[in-house]
Design a protein around this ligand. Structure first.
Ligand code: SF4
Length: 327
């Protein structure tokens, strides 16, 4: 039975675990230009601590875990954490979000360790623009990583494209064209406000604007989605590829939210845009029992807001930067 129910009756089945605040790219919508103060090694949860906390979550209803960062593959020996988590009875899906720059070296090992669902962040197919957006000339490594993931045979590969007006909106159709004959899903994500990420309302390319652009050339056929899915999914008529939209700014999906987050430094975040969080690392390190960990999770759930505030209000909040949450 799922006991991870908040005060609005939402059952939580999906835990996103950030394993590091470090990344080898510098995407402006995620990492502030002036950088962040990296967490010291000892401030990060150890794999054994992550496993223990995840076990408490899974025993109470979590059946999907996603590993995030920063860039999760920056954390040494990540496949061993995947193996540990995959051993949890009750866990149905082990997923990961990565920028794929290191994926070519890890794809097979991650698949063998139990990771089945990959989301790969890629915001441009143009080498120079990729370099401009990420601060690194690494498009080739990302493309190699995507190919390695396809060869490894993951159950699902989604390409996450943060669509930003005046930045990469002219590539929306390029992405659809490039991947329309593949088994992969291209997911266009509305630009979200995080601390110091240069967000402005007029830089948000809305779901409607993106869909209108794509429907100039393609017929989109709606696909059924999980009730708590964050994406609106579509088949491309006549092709094998699919397209999706994550519309948190123009059409929020908070009413069916099933997500909780564990930060790399051991805090529970009940909501992506809610600054309040519960630090459980110190309690775990001072001998908290599983029951006490469960009580802290329930406390975080009780305080979870019904929905995120309007975008401008989010932009004004003192929340963590995106890289410190892991999306
Ligand atoms: S903003 Fe918060 S409540 Fe809304 S979908 Fe995201 S995590 Fe859930």
């Amino acid at each position: 039975m799922n006991s991870l129910v908040d005060s609005f009756g939402r059952e939580h089945t999906y835990l996103r675990i950030s394993v590091t605040d470090k990344c080898n790219l510098r995407c402006f919508y995620c990492m502030p230009k002036e950088g962040i103060v990296w967490k010291r090694r000892e401030e990060l949860l150890e794999f054994e601590e992550i496993f223990r906390i995840a076990k408490v979550f899974v025993e109470r209803g979590i059946d999907k875990i996603r590993l995030t960062g920063g860039e999760p593959l920056m954390r040494r020996d990540l496949p061993s954490l995947a193996r540990m988590l995959k051993s949890l009875g009750g866990l149905k899906t082990l997923a990961m979000t990565t920028n794929a720059t290191l994926l070519a070296d890890y794809a097979d090992e991650l698949k063998a360790a139990g990771v089945s669902h990959l989301n790969i962040s890629i915001d441009s197919l143009d080498r120079m623009r990729f370099k401009e957006l990420t601060g690194r000339d690494d498009l080739k490594r990302v493309v190699d990583g995507i190919e390695a993931a396809r060869r490894a045979g993951f159950a699902s590969i989604k390409l996450n494209v943060v669509a930003i007006a005046g930045v990469n909106e002219d590539e929306i159709l390029d992405f659809v064209d490039q991947f329309k004959n593949t088994e992969m899903n291209v997911r266009f994500i509305e630009f979200m406000p995080f601390r110091d990420n240069e967000w402005q309302i007029d830089r948000v390319l809305t779901y409607k604007e993106m869909r209108d652009k794509i429907e100039q050339r393609f017929e989109l056929v709606p696909l059924a989605a999980e009730p708590s899915s964050v994406a609106k999914d579509f088949a491309l008529k006549g092709y094998t590829g699919t397209v999706s939209f994550v519309t948190s700014m123009s059409e929020s999906f908070c009413s069916t939210c099933n997500r909780l987050r564990l930060t790399a430094d051991g805090s529970i975040k009940s909501c992506l845009f809610f600054p309040a969080e519960i630090n459980i690392k110190d309690r775990v390190r001072s001998g908290a029992t599983d029951q006490e960990i469960a009580e802290m999770i329930s406390y975080a759930l009780l305080r979870k807001p019904e929905a995120h505030p309007p975008a401008e209000e989010i932009a004004a909040q003192q929340n963590r930067t995106m890289i410190e949450i892991g999306g």
